[in-house]
Design a protein around this ligand. Structure first.
Ligand SMILES: NC(=O)c1ccc[n+]([C@@H]2O[C@H](COP(=O)([O-])OP(=O)(O)OC[C@H]3O[C@@H](n4cnc5c(N)ncnc54)[C@H](OP(=O)(O)O)[C@@H]3O)[C@@H](O)[C@H]2O)c1
Length: 296
């Protein structure tokens, strides 16, 4: 099968095309013929040797987690799907899933049927970003009607979905984009979602009310952030997204009802994965980048 591998840790040029053996599903797994693979910042970080490289590596390995494709075969015990179903998901994270390839295997309960009314390219853009927003806002923060949520970095892959999900959960939403930091002057925020990190995390913390929650998604929270949070009585969590087929069902329902829209900025052929990483690293992408791998 055609695939792209991280040949060694480094810049985009270490992404090389390879011809690899097709994987086979063991019990409880499905074999997915990949139609499209979403790109996330963690793919770039892992290619560089950081991110989740310690679990996904060592090179050579096939990077990527987000997939949408067709169920081609199933191992013993799978009841959730049948051959020919169109599925989507981000299996195995933070171990390697090998999404930049024509075929992947995945534990069946880490996948869901792709949402109605959108293309496979759009479905492939959803799993990791939407699950991050969902697990932060619905599961960790348990957002309730009338709460105020501040999404720092609201124009990116996670951010544009988080803004909509917070709205669906009944929150009033404030957001920032690069060059638009007005919302960082807000105070008494119930929940802040940090998708930017770095020095901004302390500034974001100052917006959160005592008893409120800062979700340090981008970089986690350093000692300075944690001690300031303790002084002010703000709770801090450092979430890491996990595969979750049932949450993907709920996200698919939101997309199917028109309440959640995913924005694909560009689709790029699998063979040009290096150019796609360069594009993401340059910044300014509105929404998501997706690799086109096969036909549905
Ligand atoms: N912990 C987890 O489980 C988890 C899961 C998903 C993502 N993440 C991390 O969370 C971060 C965001 O992920 P993503 O997929 O949303 O990335 P993304 O698509 O690159 O989006 C980041 C957004 O933040 C904007 N931004 C950058 N600097 C900013 C600033 N100073 N003020 C306001 N906005 C700013 C970017 O704008 P420009 O494009 O103009 O720079 C972009 O729109 C990444 O670091 C990613 O690795 C963590």
């Amino acid at each position: 099968m055609r695939a792209v591998q991280v040949s060694r840790f480094g810049g985009p040029e270490v992404l090389v095309c390879a011809d690899l053996e097709r994987p086979s599903p063991i019990s409880t797994e499905v074999l997915v013929r990949v139609v499209a693979a979403g790109i996330n910042p963690v793919d770039v970080k892992t290619r560089q040797g950081s991110g989740v490289a310690r679990w996904a590596g060592p090179p050579p390995f096939v990077p990527g987690w987000d997939v949408c494709g067709v169920v081609e075969a199933m191992g013993y015990g799978v009841t959730r799907f049948k051959e020919g179903d169109m599925v989507y998901g981000m299996p195995r994270f933070p171990r390697a899933a090998g999404a930049y390839a024509e075929y992947v295997t995945a534990p069946s309960r880490q996948l869901a049927r792709m949402p109605r009314g959108i293309s496979p390219n759009e479905a492939a853009a959803l799993p990791l970003a939407a699950l991050t927003a969902w697990q932060c806002l619905r599961d960790a923060a348990q957002i309730r009607d009338g709460q105020t949520v501040l999404v720092h970095g609201g124009g990116g892959g996670v951010g544009h979905l988080a803004v909509q999900i917070a709205n669906v959960l009944g929150a009033r939403v404030l957001t920032t984009g690069r060059g638009d930091r007005e919302a960082l002057n807000a105070r008494d925020i119930d929940v802040a979602l940090d998708l930017v990190g770095g020095a901004d995390t302390c500034e974001l913390l100052a917006c959160v009310r005592p008893g409120g929650l800062l979700l340090a998604v981008a970089d986690g929270a350093d000692d300075e952030v944690k001690s300031q949070a303790r002084r002010r009585g703000v709770r801090v969590q450092e979430p890491l997204v996990e595969p979750d087929g049932h949450a993907l069902d709920e996200i698919a329902a939101l997309v199917g009802s028109g309440a959640l829209k995913v924005m694909v900025a560009e689709t790029i052929p699998l063979e040009q994965a290096a150019a796609a990483h360069e594009r993401l690293e340059r910044g300014g992408v509105k929404g998501k980048l997706v690799l086109e791998v096969g036909r549905d």
